[in-house]
Design a protein around this ligand. Structure first.
Ligand SMILES: [Zn+2]
Length: 412
């Protein structure tokens, strides 16, 4: 053994010692996060389409993890899986019908209140249901590493952390991996209609959907639903730092599973590291995942839960609640909006073929600043503007493309 080796060993030991000062780091091991994302986003799961064999494989993987942590099954009848029927809407695709499963695990801390932590584990399969943004999607595996193997990896590691730490939390925790999200929040909607616990005792819901793309150059975490309880804004702000800035969005409605809980008057948050060019494309793959970013998000969620008051949170309706869900809109532009950091217009990450936006000549990356007479500043004002129009109505959409401002005639 050389002196050099001993010196290295000394450095390693002191590094190890300092890591133990923050015990959480041991629980959210990068290697475990990578293992889960790689397993769920593996080609063998063929994109985890709702009701597919790949979905069953993914469910069984999640169950094997929950079992190993000593959690209890809580989908009824000592079952980990809560089955529901689904039917796809056709988007130029053949409609499918079948059964899908939510996976539900329970950490019983003998507490009066329960926190639900959720993430959807289904994705777009091989483009069979027409939700892909790849124009030639059919037959291409959509691994959905960010959407939403990242959130499920987070769900599993939070389950490990809360089940295996030495403490008994002040709340019970229900961990739910939802299916059918990509088909329109089907799994979470079924769960709130057929809950395996009393929803009156649910303190809040925490949703992770797409937490795998924290941008190292501009680390920003978007948390939606901050208006659903009075405590959220200040609590979330306390976790914002230069290492990861937290942007809040008050709305409890949004295109993921927390919306199902919001509609049942349950305070709900959605954690999201931002949209990207691989969204809903076969290129949403594991090598683009920032697992240190996932770890950072999990530390915020664990810290947030630890800092919650003992008494039940009071639900607040958020400012765009009167707009209702996505489904209540009569018109759409057919774009994938960016949910991050918009103040001077809403960026359209992607324009869907054949929809009004594309027909009007919109392009990926356009920033929408006006629809007809309605100024668009962000996702809220965009949704409010859309709510003013009927199908078949003609107006214009004003966008900023690079340095140009363009006003395009549009028909809904
Ligand atoms: Zn998703």
């Amino acid at each position: 053994m050389t002196k050099h080796f001993l010196k290295l060993l000394g450095v390693a030991l002191s590094m190890g010692a300092s890591l133990h000062l923050n015990a959480q780091n041991d629980w959210f091991a990068i290697s475990k996060i990578n293992q889960h994302v790689s397993a769920l986003a593996h080609d063998s799961m063929r994109g985890r389409a709702t009701g597919s064999e790949g979905e069953t494989m993914a469910a069984n993987y999640i169950i094997s993890q929950f079992k190993a942590f000593g959690l209890k099954p809580l989908a009824g009848d000592n079952n980990w899986k809560q089955a529901f029927d689904f039917k796809t809407e056709s988007h130029g695709a053949e409609a499918r019908v079948g059964k899908a499963n939510n996976v539900i695990a329970w950490l019983d801390n003998n507490a009066p209140l329960t926190i639900i932590i959720g993430a959807h584990y289904d994705h777009l399969g091989e483009g069979e249901d027409g939700h892909s943004l790849d124009p030639a999607a059919k037959g291409k595996i959509h691994n959905g590493a960010d959407d939403n193997a990242s959130g499920v990896a987070g769900l599993i590691e939070l389950a490990r952390y809360f089940a295996k730490n030495a403490e008994r939390e002040r709340f019970n925790i229900l961990f739910v991996a939802f299916s059918g999200e990509e088909l329109g929040l089907l799994g979470s909607d079924w769960f709130v209609q057929h809950p395996s616990i009393d929803l009156a005792k649910v303190n809040c819901m925490i949703n992770m959907d797409m937490i795998g793309r924290l941008n190292p150059a501009k680390p920003q975490l978007t948390v939606s639903g901050s208006g659903t309880a009075a405590v959220w804004e200040n609590l979330l702000r306390s976790f914002s730092s230069a290492a990861m800035e937290i942007k809040t969005d008050s709305s409890g409605l949004g295109p993921s599973d927390h919306a199902s809980f919001y509609k049942k008057n349950i305070p709900a948050l959605h954690f999201f590291t931002g949209s990207h060019a691989d969204y809903h494309k076969p290129s949403d793959d594991v090598e683009k995942i920032n697992s240190r970013g996932i770890e950072a998000v999990l530390m915020v969620i664990a810290g947030l839960i630890e800092k919650l008051p003992d008494e039940k949170l009071t639900f607040l309706k958020t400012r765009n609640a009167s707009q209702g869900s996505r489904a209540s809109f009569k018109v759409s532009l057919g774009i994938m909006p960016s949910y991050a950091n918009s103040e001077n217009g809403l960026k359209a990450e992607a324009i869907l073929d054949g929809k009004p936006g594309a027909k009007a000549g919109m392009k990926d990356g356009d920033v929408i600043v006006r629809i007809g007479e309605h100024v668009v500043k962000d996702i809220q004002t965009y949704m409010e503007a859309l709510g003013k129009f009927e199908k078949g109505q003609k107006t214009s959409v004003t966008v900023i493309r690079d340095t140009q401002t363009l006003t395009l005639p549009i028909e809904f």
